[in-house]
Design a protein around this ligand. Structure first.
Ligand code: GLY
Length: 350
């Protein structure tokens, strides 16, 4: 088993191994004395793995309650959160009990926020079943729901007690959802991991890829848990991506939006003489390899409008992650008024 220990406000392990879904109960017993566990999942994931995880938890002695949501971003809402809170209250969940998120980013973020807020905070465990959740959202303690004004606008930092990644769960992922996660993997490569780019261009072991990404995320979260400094590197491509998601009413998935966002910010960097065209070529080649989109129908004005509501904005300033060479990026602070002139060049195809 690969184990990555995260030393944040809470210390916890990310354990990565084939077959962990069947062993979830025993694994969780090593970090929790809870009597009751509430297993939160979406209908698709629950139909695939719910019974296995539930049995494993019961075999380990937990009383298990299950709560399922509809798959998709629309479930990451205040309405679902209230239903989950009420369910937890109806099950008489106490501060010494446990929530378990079995699923992708939507399930993880929603469950984490419920855990952060129910009874002013109870423990939770992440069992990510998508690549995106394994390499990014399950680690680092960002939890949230979406508001009508934008994604993740209501949330809390609340670290999990344990993260269990079973790469065999990726075998049942639809190709486009696997690709979605690959956008986040590629992101780590362009932030500061050129060897990851080489691995993706050649043959690789997915467990090694997940471990590398989790180690990178661990290093960042340990330095800047609350997202005031270097954690912002994880936002490469994300400011424009959130705009694309919002403008498309979430019909464009997060990974696809991140892929397009990375292309746009790299184009803008090139046109503003901060990066060379070679970096864009490598990025486009990798995104094409994983069938990720590289263009958007939205205009710079439409996406800029969405960035004004972005939670990454601080007053009249916003920090963007700018690729400078292949496998390296820098943080650059912009006055909001200067941003359109910088970004518009990404739409200039001359
Ligand atoms: N997904 C970005 C972060 O965890 O900061």
């Amino acid at each position: 088993m690969k184990t990555v220990t995260v030393h944040a406000s809470k210390q916890y392990e990310v354990r990565i191994e084939d077959g962990l879904l069947q062993k979830a109960g025993q694994q969780i017993l090593t970090v929790s004395k809870a009597c009751s566990a509430v297993l939160v999942s979406d209908e698709t994931v629950f139909s695939l793995y719910g019974a296995t995880v539930q049995k494993s938890l019961q075999d380990a002695g937990f009383t298990v309650h299950t709560f399922t949501i509809k798959p998709g971003e629309a479930s990451k809402s205040t309405a679902t959160l209230v239903k989950l809170w009420e369910f937890l209250a109806a099950c008489n969940i106490t501060r010494s009990d446990l929530l378990i998120a079995l699923g992708g980013g939507v399930v993880g973020d929603l469950t984490g926020f419920a855990a952060a807020t129910f009874l002013r905070g109870i423990d939770f465990v992440q069992i990510p079943t998508t690549l995106l959740a394994m390499v990014d959202s399950s680690v680092g303690g960002k939890t949230a729901v979406d508001l009508q004004h934008g994604k993740n606008l209501a949330g809390a930092f609340h670290q999990p007690s344990l993260v269990l990644c079973d790469p065999t769960a990726l075998q049942t992922l639809p190709e486009e959802i696997f690709s979605d996660g690959m956008a986040e993997v590629i992101k780590y490569g362009f932030i500061n991991r050129p060897e990851l780019i080489s691995m993706l261009e050649n043959q690789y072991d997915i467990t090694d890829i997940i471990t590398l990404c989790v180690e990178d995320k661990r290093d960042i979260v340990e330095q800047d848990e609350r997202d005031n400094g270097c954690r912002q590197f994880l936002n490469l491509g994300h400011t424009l991506a959130h705009g694309i998601e919002l403008q498309s009413d979430y019909t464009v998935s997060h990974g696809s939006a991140v892929a397009i966002g990375m292309v746009l910010i790299t184009k803008a960097a090139i046109k503003n003489n901060l990066c060379t065209a070679e970096t864009l070529d490598v990025l486009l080649q990798l995104l094409n390899q994983y069938n990720l989109p590289t263009e958007t129908q939205f205009t710079c004005e439409q996406l800029f409008e969405a960035t004004l509501e972005d939670k990454k904005r601080k007053g009249d300033f916003i920090t963007l992650v700018i690729p400078t060479v292949t496998g390296k990026s820098e943080l650059k602070k912009f006055a909001i008024n200067d941003l359109p002139a910088f970004l518009i060049k990404a739409w200039d195809n001359t």
